[in-house]
Design a binder for this molecule. Structure first.
Ligand SMILES: Cc1ncc(COP(=O)(O)O)c(C=O)c1O
Length: 313
């Protein structure tokens, strides 16, 4: 079953290049409604944008000698999507992966992470109230006793996470925009967990010469800039820490989306496009649709289909 799942993930699209050169591995960019561009990141191996960051971080760590196949175990805290990326990047080089996944995250994702070969660590610690970060810290502190040589990919503080999206996702989008007629302005509607893809994609579009304004989407009641968080079901955004890799200078507006609007958009996109998008994607699409009216031909609204919706109840 494990091998079957990995074969399935790898069969659709193989490992992407780290720089944008036209490739069949690129995820599609589609104008799904007038003026609304959607980058289908669920079409990546691992089924989300996070595989790009995981792959780049692992490759760089191998190159730098921080990951030694056969010796090193990669460790991370993740809601799941980054974990799928790590499993893919590490399985290629025979490196094991240990993940601390919060118990409130999608049970289906947790199950598939285990099927794909990741070891989910610290279940008892999490049940006793530890955070995934504390679980990782405990394992790092006790590595000797556990007989492990860990490499912590540290997606929340690793600048390679931004690089992956600047030189890969964002560069890819910039190239794809060239195929559309004379686009000059982009309104990028995005969310933030680590903040890496927002920062990376925006920087890439700016470097490519587009005028970009960025709207940050947050669940109603959250204010990441001021570290205010409430419980919500938009797994991946507003995760309880101020996004450390988000360049706030790039954000020009913030829009709050409630659960009902997110669900209504999810249903609308399923009915009209046939895509069952995840909750963060649906929240961004809800905000993005509202911005598409009365734009000149040279101006498009861009958002991301981060992952599939079937994970989430
Ligand atoms: C489904 C989903 N949406 C959005 C995000 C936010 O991405 P980033 O960490 O690049 O801010 C994540 C991150 O894990 C995610 O899994």
């Amino acid at each position: 079953m494990t091998n079957h799942w990995l074969r399935y993930l790898k069969s659709e699209k193989n490992i992407l290049p780290t720089t944008a050169s036209p490739s069949s591995h690129w995820t599609p960019l589609r104008e799904i409604e007038p003026n609304l561009l959607l980058k289908l990141e669920f079409d990546n191996p691992g089924a989300s944008h996070k595989v790009r960051a995981a792959r780049h971080i692992v490759r760089c760590a191998v190159q730098a000698g921080h990951i030694v196949p056969g010796l090193t175990t990669v460790i991370e805290k993740t809601g799941g999507n980054f974990g799928f990326g790590l499993v893919l990047a590490c399985s290629e080089i025979g490196v094991s992966v240990e993940l601390a996944v919060g118990l409130s995250f999608s049970p289906l994702k947790r199950h598939f992470l285990e099927l794909s070969g990741a070891k989910l660590i610290g279940i008892d610690q999490l049940r006793a109230g530890s955070t995934p970060r504390e679980v990782v810290e405990w394992h790092l502190a006790n590595a000797g006793r556990l007989g492990k040589s860990y490499f912590y990919t540290d997606q929340f503080n690793n600048p390679k996470n931004i690089e992956a999206h600047e030189y890969e996702t964002g560069a890819e989008i910039a190239q794809q925009l060239k195929d559309l007629d004379n686009i000059k302005n982009i309104s990028f509607v995005s969310c933030a967990g680590t903040g890496a893809h927002l920062t990376g994609i925006t920087r890439a579009l700016l470097s490519a010469g587009y005028t970009v304004d960025v709207t940050l989407v947050e669940p109603t009641g959250c204010d990441s800039r001021n570290s205010i968080f409430v419980e919500h079901k938009f797994e991946g955004m507003a995760v309880g820490v101020k996004p450390p890799l988000l360049d706030w200078d790039l954000v020009s507006d913030t829009v709050h989306i409630d659960h009902a609007s997110m669900l209504a958009t999810k249903q609308r996109i399923a009915a009209t496009q046939g895509y069952i998008v995840g909750n963060t994607s649906a929240a961004c699409l809800a905000a993005a649709s509202a911005l598409t009216v009365q734009l000149p031909k040279s101006h498009k609204v861009l958002t991301i289909a981060y992952d599939h919706g079937l994970w989430y109840a």
